[in-house]
Design a protein around this ligand. Sequence first.
Ligand SMILES: CC(=O)SCCNC(=O)CCNC(=O)[C@H](O)C(C)(C)COP(=O)(O)OP(=O)(O)OC[C@H]1O[C@@H](n2cnc3c(N)ncnc32)[C@H](O)[C@@H]1OP(=O)(O)O
Length: 403
Amino acid sequence: MGDIEIRRVPDADLRAAATLFRGAVHYAPPTEQEWEWVADSYEPGRTWGAYADGRLVGTTMAWSSDLVVPGGRVCPMAAVTRVGVSSDFRRRGVLRRLMTAQLRECAERGELFAGLRATEPGIYGRFGYGVASRFVKYAFDARQTSLRPEVPSGGEVRMLDISVPEAVPAVVSAIYERVGRGRVGTMARPPQWWRLNYDRPFRAGEFLRVAVHRGPDGDDGFVAYRTTAGSPGEGARVSVEDVVSASQEVANALWRYVLGIDLVAELVLWARPVDEPVPAMLVDPRGITATEIRTDLWVRLVDVPAALAARTYGPGSVVVEVDDPVLPANSGRYRVGADGAVRTEEPAEIAVDLEVLSMLYLGGWRAGALAGIGRVRERVPGAAARADVVFGTAGEPWSGTFF
Ligand SMILES: CC(=O)SCCNC(=O)CCNC(=O)[C@H](O)C(C)(C)COP(=O)(O)OP(=O)(O)OC[C@H]1O[C@@H](n2cnc3c(N)ncnc32)[C@H](O)[C@@H]1OP(=O)(O)O
């Protein structure tokens, strides 16, 4: 077997890259129709390939997005996806070489972060990605579940006319642009994301429905859900895939709407923020039949000094030492705190792998708790507790965007 060469995939090979990725996750090659849908989601020049004797045996791609960080700044982020290595080339370093090339490209482009959603938790930590946010998936016995009367929810909810599918992305993307970026961890959704998620399903005959909330200032939220009819006498299953809301009050109104749909036995809400007090919103919390906390966005700090400087911090400061074997320019010590974040020659007070710095960055984990399990290494007694305050945020991060 010859050498493996890592290079950008030319446009002519993008369909082969899609076929390779789909095969890696056990799907058949894209049909003409499917390829038509996904082709334009391959951003020019952003797909990497591993070639063995001219054959594509590994791939990864990214599209340009951004990320809301603590304090509210919006910073460039590569959204990494469609990672796959052919079964006959696994475990010989193909992914490692692809990830390295891709992260170097992100750094050259000036992206502060790379983000992804992982199929398996064991893969990406070694490349500096950490679980930066989590979400909760709820299942309900819908017939036993309703919101408490005092939960505030005004405005009106209307269903979108899905008989004109091409009109749907414009409506929902405009709402997302206007109100969808309030939470730390939310990311930009480019036009091709909207086409794939809010145009393709209708054209493919899938039963996706969208209900929009209108408040005093116009459209300020929406919910997208799929329904599966039950057999006669049994209720249907409703699966809520996307909820965007300007405020908790708008989210409440959308909750009321989905909980009020008739003839539903099971309601599943896929991805709610972990700090939404769902059991306290319900008349009878025993209507919740399952609660699962899942990983949401994995983030990788690509430009550590710029990323650390981009967010705000709690009072005090702490010297953090980090090691980045993939992008060694990031390695070093940083004094991080209310006055900002700068490189320093001072001795380390805590030391972390890049994966753990990426976990701490959005405020979704407590440094003190991670010290207790050996993932934050405390060099000075009490420094992890200080890091708790410095990296702590008021609310939990949440992305809510699947890609
Ligand atoms: C963002 C997304 O697209 S998620 C989708 C990811 N894709 C898939 O899951 C598709 C199926 N799997 C695959 O295609 C491949 O197995 C991949 C891409 C996960 C790994 O590719 P490989 O070329 O085999 O990985 P590579 O040999 O470079 O391994 C690098 C390291 O990761 C480890 N590793 C690789 N795959 C896994 C895994 N599934 N679980 C745990 N560790 C893994 C290797 O042991 C190696 O560890 P080391 O650094 O300690 O030596």
